[in-house]
Design a protein around this ligand. Structure first.
Ligand code: SF4
Length: 268
């Protein structure tokens, strides 16, 4: 029941985070392959904004400047592509979908107007996939699974090589989120293993507030945090292998794409 692909066993940070959030959601999605009951508007928005930022940085890497119209055009295309036919889009608090789309446009306008302030930014890699070996944190033994992920952006900023992770978030990230999120830990390990030479990771967070704001926050990770990540990954993989799947009710249920399947399983 391990995460798998045809050419081997893989696990992503996103899968680990899904399991930690709700093991049953992990089971329904990754083990049982339950079809999604809807698309969450937050996912649709995040994906479309990511596509637009990817296009922006690709043009910048080629030594050109990306006009706002182009960025909004890419967003519009990804917005439509992200809505599979026949699948409803679930918005939070019942707000109209057009309001979410307008919010995305406002977020990108703010991003575009502020971004030139990051002078000296030179994109190196955009949407770069990786797969790295995993080792047991105590014995050093090579695990069967490899960790996979996609790094949004590797860029040189004023001579410093950084990994940049784009986020869309309801509010600015707080200290706990910046200090403990597993994603930077995994990406910084990947950077070292792959020889990307990143000195740190910078979040670029665009808030989904009425007046969107940009938060730039640099984080780094210690050897202890890297070791802890491996312990977490190993623990989750063991639990998945043992078939440990239970529901965790909370905020995550509001937009869960498997709510009905979950209720059927519980017999609600
Ligand atoms: S509805 Fe809630 S408890 Fe059920 S699978 Fe989804 S997130 Fe987990």
């Amino acid at each position: 029941m391990m995460p798998s692909r045809e050419d081997g066993l893989y696990v992503s940070v996103s899968q680990i985070k899904t399991y930690l959030r709700c093991p049953r959601q992990y089971e329904l999605h990754y083990v049982l392959g339950e079809p999604a009951e809807h698309v969450a508007s937050a996912l649709l928005l995040g994906t479309a904004v990511h596509a637009a930022l990817g296009a922006y940085y690709t043009v910048l890497r080629d030594g050109l400047s990306a006009p706002l119209e182009m960025v909004l055009e890419v967003f519009a295309g990804a917005w439509i592509a992200g809505q599979p036919a026949g699948l409803p889009v679930l918005t939070e608090d019942g707000e109209p979908l057009t309001a979410v789309e307008q919010l995305g446009r406002r977020m990108l306008k703010v991003f575009h107007s502020r971004q030139p302030r990051l002078t000296g930014l030179r994109p190196v890699l955009i949407e770069s996939p990786f797969a790295i070996e995993l080792h047991h944190p105590e014995t050093g033994e090579l695990l069967d699974e490899r960790m996979i992920g996609v790094i949004d952006l590797v860029a040189d900023i004023d001579g410093r090589r950084m990994i940049i992770e784009h986020k869309t978030a309801a509010r600015r990230y707080g200290r706990d989120q910046l200090d403990h999120d597993l994603q930077p830990t995994a990406y910084l390990i990947a950077s070292r293993v792959l020889g990307l030479g990143a000195e740190g990771l910078a979040y670029q967070i665009i808030t989904k507030t009425a007046e969107p704001a940009i938060q730039h926050a640099e984080v780094n990770r210690t050897v202890q945090q890297e070791r802890e990540l491996m312990m977490t990954v190993l623990g989750v993989l063991r639990a998945i292998d043992a078939g440990v799947f239970y529901p965790v009710r909370g905020w995550q249920c509001r937009t869960c794409a498997h709510r009905q399947a979950c209720d059927r399983r519980t017999g609600r």
